[in-house]
Every structure is written in structure tokens, then in C-alpha cells.
Design a protein around this ligand. Structure first.
Ligand SMILES: Nc1ncnc2c1ncn2[C@@H]1O[C@H](COP(=O)(O)OP(=O)(O)O)[C@@H](O)[C@H]1O
Ligand SMILES: *[C@@H]1O[C@H](CO)[C@@H](O)[C@H](O)[C@H]1NC(C)=O
Ligand SMILES: *[C@@H]1O[C@H](CO)[C@@H](O)[C@H](O)[C@H]1NC(C)=O
Ligand SMILES: *[C@@H]1O[C@H](CO)[C@@H](O)[C@H](O)[C@H]1NC(C)=O
Ligand SMILES: *[C@@H]1O[C@H](CO)[C@@H](O)[C@H](O)[C@H]1NC(C)=O
Ligand SMILES: [Mg+2]
Length: 487
């Protein structure tokens, strides 16, 4: 009991400090949609209305609970009982065990104790349901804490309707708990990593626990995806985002939970961690294919296109989740990120992907294959085969040197703000680029590499002098050698 009180107090502390910082940002979100779907003033009627919703949310989560081990016969029995009678009573102690993380599956995860020394709380992002803050947990590790957004649309709507902040917090926190269960079941490099959680649901049985509904989910920390910013980055990085997305969708099409469709598919549901794309908002998914009677039940409606798949003899819309995901990837990501400035040798493959995803002519396997083929060609430089092989002959190379002093010029899209730094497969490609820039008289292959293994090359009009640098090579146009200082 002492432990649970301590944990609850800690959680309250985190929540409090977050609320302060939220006060400012949240005012903007104030009072959007206000559709009342429940009309009552009687407190008992209100409470039972809320209870109906709470039960529905629980029912939604039950299929996501991790399967128990075979040797755990007793618990298996309990779980089955719960599932059978899920409309009526729910075994709270089992529920709490799963949510509290006392079950076997979660013992190695971070819990409330890791939030003891939580520092430097700053908001990373927020949505209708949740708010995410930056935190450094014990040991200095940087994490993200996801909690119910007290000022979000979900909470406001609920409180307006049911006038019960505590009950509403519990209701909204089911979305967070659903997400947590999904994160446990859907582990993948392109899904945000769940590190643990601290839950305010305490004490088995009766439900007299303090802080019911308070949950903080501990996640790896990332950077919200900024589409506008991404549009200004080199093609290689934009391609990476799309490739990561396709790898994720490939996994989701045959996940441990069956075929998973993302219903709220928007760039803001993703973040990047060291340049790698990860899905973070998972509370709105459909796991398993949709049941149907006729083909008309299997229709995907988008603003400019409708698609229909056949209703199978098993009575499900086969492949509908996968198709929805692919089209949304095309609609929200590929159209913006992929074609623009694709390497000339790869445009026909990119165009092909744009067409097959935009028309839903390829399944996710074929789409992934097409992406991996582009990656392979790009990495190996095969798409550059038609570049004139003699470009390098015009340059003199000076190894283990790097230039310094003035002489940088800017280009776009450069990896560096000050100069012209581009990703190249080889010195030959760099020479070809240098020849196409009127200012360029030399380039340097720096020791730095991009995620594909390409070199970062720095292009210059001139340089003051050379300094020793074992990782780098300077190529100077022969007409300019010897390069004298100044000018
Ligand atoms: N691990 C994380 N690191 C950094 N930012 C995150 C992380 N997870 C989520 N965010 C940011 O927080 C926002 C809200 O999280 P999200 O789960 O999408 O909540 P909601 O369900 O309310 O939309 C996201 O849009 C994203 O910008
Ligand atoms: C809500 O209920 C009141 C009385 O019970 C009624 O007068 C009012 O029209 C109802 N409003 C809606 C939107 O149904
Ligand atoms: C999609 O279907 C809806 C109704 O089923 C229809 O109103 C709409 O015009 C269709 N849109 C397109 C682009 O075909
Ligand atoms: C795909 O290609 C066909 C034939 O060239 C064209 O009519 C169609 O508009 C293209 N679709 C997309 C989404 O690019
Ligand atoms: C897609 O690939 C997976 C293996 O990655 C395979 O099991 C599955 O059958 C393939 N699906 C189709 C439609 O070819
Ligand atoms: Mg979101």
C-alpha cells in the first residue's frame, strides 16, 4: 500500500508540473467540436451513461491483452471467463495486473520508480487525446512520457457531457492503455519503443484505488515529424521516411494481431528517432479484417477516390486494411516526399511506385520490393552508370587533406547551412556535380557518411589552404592547380 501511495504521489507530481506548462499551449485548443450525444442532467443518469462508455472501452481492449503462458492454466481460465462475460463484470484484479505491469511480460520494464527523479519537463507534442513531455529519468536517460491531455478535445467533450473529471480521465486513459497494449504486441523498428509505464490504478479488487485513471507511458524520445521541414531535406532523407513507412506497413499487414489498419493516418502520428521513422499514435487502429455481407461493405472512401475489394466467402474484406494503409501512405507521404528531386537514374522506378500505390495496383509486398530495389540501386551507385566516366580526369586528388578558409558557396538542398554539402556515391558523381555548378572548382569527400553509406561531399569555389585530415580527400580542378592562397 505504501508503495502504491508513493507511486500515485509521484505521478501526481509529474502530472502537476506538466499541467503548468500546458496551461499556456492548451488555450489554443479550447472548445472545438461540441456535439452532444448524451442529454441528461440527473447525476445518476450521467454516471450510468459514463459507465456504458467505460464498459465499451474495456471490451475494445480485451482482445489486445497479451496471451498468457500455457502453464498458467488458472489465469487462462480467468481470462476466458472475463472474455465470455465481458459485457457484465470484469475481473478487476486481472485487469489491474495487466495494467500495472505486475505480470511476467513486463517485469523488466521501467515503472513508477524510474520517475522518482524526473527533471526538465517540457512539452514535445499534444493531440486531441494525449500529451507528450520530455523527461530525464533516473540515470539521465532521456525519455518521453505520454499522458492523458487534460486540456485536449477528448477530455473537454467528456467533462462537458458527463460533468465528472475523474470518470472522464479514466475513460480517456483507456485510449492510452489500449495504445500501450498495442505497443507491447506490435514491436517493430518503425514503431515507437515502449520502455514501461507508471499507472495510478492501485490495489486489487474493489477499486478503492487512489488516482484511478492516471497513467504515464514511458517511451523512447523522438522528434515530431515536421512535413514542411522534411520537404526541404535532400531526397535521400525523404526516401528514407517513405521506405521506413513501407517497412512498417509490411509488418502491420501480417502482425501478431493480424492485419492492422491505421485509421488516423497523418504525419503528426509519427516521429523520427535519429532519422528513423516511428509510429507513435496507435490508439486508433483496426486489428483484423473487417466483417462484411456484400462487396459494398468493403469500400474505402477517400476524397478523390473510392476503392472496393470483394467480400470474401469467410465474410471479411480481405486486404482492406492493407489497401487503406497503402493509399494513405501515397496520399500523405509519397506524393509530397518521393518524386521531387529523385535521382535521374531512379525516376522511372519512383514513377512506377507512385502509380501502383496511387491506383492500389500493388500489394504491400510488391511495394516493399520496389522500395528495396531503389535502395539497392542507390546504395550501389548503379543508377549512375550512364554518367560520363571521364569526369574525374579533370581533377587532381590530394589525400588526407581538407580545405579551410573562404571559398564556400551555397546550394540546395545542402546538408550544411553555410556551404554546399551533398550526398554522393563516389568521387566520380561528385566530379559530375562539380562540373554542373558554375562556381565549383574543388570538392572534398569528407569522412562523414549518410544513412545509405554515401559520402558527404563539400563543394567549393576556392579555399585558403589545406590542413591535414586523415579522413578526407580534396579534388581540385586541374585548370586551377596549383591553387594559390587568397583570391
Ligand atoms: N515519443 C515521442 N517523442 C516525441 N514526441 C512525441 C512522442 N510521441 C508523441 N509525440 C508527439 O506528441 C503528439 C501527441 O501524441 P499522440 O499519441 O499523437 O496523441 P493524440 O492521440 O492525442 O493525437 C504527437 O503528434 C507527436 O508530435
Ligand atoms: C435535452 O433534454 C431537455 C429536457 O430533458 C430537452 O428540453 C432538450 O430539448 C434536450 N436537448 C436535446 C438536444 O435533445
Ligand atoms: C465515392 O462514393 C461516394 C458514395 O459512395 C460518392 O458520393 C462519391 O462521389 C464517390 N467518389 C468518387 C471520387 O468516386
Ligand atoms: C497511373 O498511370 C495511368 C496510365 O499512365 C494514368 O492514367 C494514371 O493517372 C496514373 N495514376 C496515378 C495515381 O499516377
Ligand atoms: C507477402 O510476404 C510474406 C512474407 O514476407 C508472405 O508470407 C506472404 O504470403 C506474401 N503475401 C503475398 C500476397 O504475396
Ligand atoms: Mg496523434
Amino acid at each position: 500500500m505504501g508503495h502504491s501511495l508513493r507511486a500515485a504521489a509521484l505521478l501526481a507530481l509529474v502530472v502537476l508540473s506538466v499541467l503548468v506548462s500546458l496551461l499556456i499551449t492548451s488555450l489554443k485548443q479550447f472548445g472545438s467540436g461540441s456535439t452532444r450525444f448524451f442529454n441528461a442532467t440527473d447525476p445518476e443518469e450521467l454516471r450510468s451513461g459514463l459507465d456504458v462508455q467505460l464498459r465499451e472501452r474495456r471490451k475494445e481492449i480485451l482482445p489486445l491483452l497479451p496471451p498468457h503462458d500455457d502453464d498458467d492454466d488458472e489465469k487462462n481460465g480467468v481470462l476466458e471467463d472475463v472474455q465470455r462475460s465481458s459485457d457484465s463484470v470484469l475481473d478487476l484484479s486481472l485487469w489491474n495486473e495487466v495494467m500495472l505491469g505486475t505480470g511476467k511480460a513486463h517485469r523488466d520494464q521501467m515503472g513508477c520508480e524510474s520517475l522518482v527523479d524526473v527533471r526538465a519537463v517540457e512539452v514535445l507534442g499534444s493531440g486531441y487525446t494525449k500529451v507528450v513531455v520530455k523527461a530525464n529519468v533516473a540515470g539521465g536517460q532521456a525519455v518521453a512520457l505520454k499522458m492523458v491531455n487534460e486540456q485536449g478535445v477528448d477530455m473537454r467533450k467528456c467533462v462537458k457531457e458527463f460533468k465528472d473529471a475523474q470518470g472522464c480521465r479514466e475513460l480517456v486513459s483507456y485510449k492510452l492503455q489500449k495504445e500501450m497494449l498495442l505497443l507491447q504486441r506490435l514491436r517493430h523498428p518503425n514503431v515507437i519503443k515502449l520502455k514501461g509505464h507508471c499507472s495510478g490504478v492501485h490495489g486489487g479488487g474493489g477499486g478503492g484505488g487512489v488516482e484511478r485513471g492516471r497513467v504515464a507511458v514511458i517511451l523512447e524520445q523522438g522528434t515530431p515529424l515536421q512535413m514542411i521541414q522534411l520537404l526541404q531535406t535532400p531526397w535521400e532523407d525523404r526516401f528514407r521516411v517513405c521506405l521506413d513507412l513501407v517497412r512498417l506497413l509490411h509488418f502491420l499487414s501480417r502482425s501478431p494481431l493480424g492485419s492492422v489498419g491505421l485509421l488516423d493516418f497523418q504525419p503528426r502520428q509519427f516521429i523520427t528517432v535519429s532519422g528513423q521513422l516511428k509510429l507513435t499514435d496507435l490508439d486508433d487502429v483496426s486489428a483484423g479484417e473487417i466483417a462484411c455481407w456484400t462487396d459494398a461493405d468493403c469500400t474505402l472512401k477517400f476524397p478523390h477516390r473510392n476503392f472496393t475489394v470483394p467480400c470474401s466467402t469467410r465474410g471479411v474484406c480481405d486486404g482492406l486494411n492493407e489497401k487503406r494503409n497503402i493509399y494513405n501512405a501515397y496520399r500523405f507521404f509519397f506524393t509530397y516526399l518521393l518524386p521531387h528531386q529523385a535521382p535521374p537514374g531512379l525516376t522511372h522506378l519512383v514513377d512506377h511506385i507512385m502509380n501502383t500505390t496511387g491506383e492500389l495496383k500493388a500489394d504491400i509486398n510488391q511495394t516493399l520490393e520496389a522500395f528495396e530495389q531503389i535502395l539497392l540501386l542507390y546504395k550501389s551507385g548503379l543508377h549512375l552508370d550512364n554518367l560520363h566516366p571521364s569526369a574525374l580526369r579533370d581533377y587532381t586528388v590530394m589525400r588526407d587533406m581538407s580545405p579551410s578558409g573562404n571559398g564556400e558557396y551555397r546550394c540546395w538542398p545542402s546538408y550544411s547551412q553555410q556551404g554546399c554539402v551533398l550526398s554522393v556515391h563516389s568521387a566520380r558523381e561528385a566530379a559530375y556535380i562539380c562540373n554542373s555548378h558554375s562556381q565549383c572548382n574543388s570538392f572534398t569527400l569528407t569522412g562523414q557518411k549518410t544513412w545509405t553509406g554515401h559520402h558527404l561531399a563539400s563543394f567549393r569555389s576556392s579555399f585558403g589552404h589545406l590542413v591535414p585530415d586523415s579522413a578526407s580527400e580534396v579534388y581540385v580542378k586541374k585548370s586551377k592547380v596549383p591553387q594559390s592562397p587568397s583570391s
